[in-house]
Design a protein. Sequence first.
Length: 154
Amino acid sequence: MGASNERVRLAELCLALSLATDLGTGQPLAHGLGVCWVSLRVADALGLGPDDAATVYYTALLRFLGCTSDASDTAAMVGGDEVAFNAVMAPMLGADATQDARHFVSHVGVGLPWRRRVGLVARGLWIRAPSGAACPATARSRRGWRSASAWARP
């Protein structure tokens, strides 16, 4: 097999991982592909060469890879459906800490009994730290979130 066949397979694998990540993070299917397309148009406009464009391609497709690694922790923190929660929190990526906290509070534990919801909000605010990271796992590793095991406490 030639190198071009291996590259095509790697590209297809990354695309499949991107689609799975879209589903696992509550994004519309092919959201990552759309981001990749826009990123490649920007790379083209900047006149990047093939190697740099390939880096843009793989980075855009795999930017949230691993953000589903803490799905069970996130589900425990928000009182249920982590995919729906991630979808609601997606607009807050890059938001300032105040906007992020307001959005977080208004979406944690919606539909649960008020005492359970207050507990989830309090615990979630205690665990969270302003990070601007793309996913909870990244935020914890970059900015010292408190232990994810604290999310699972009753």
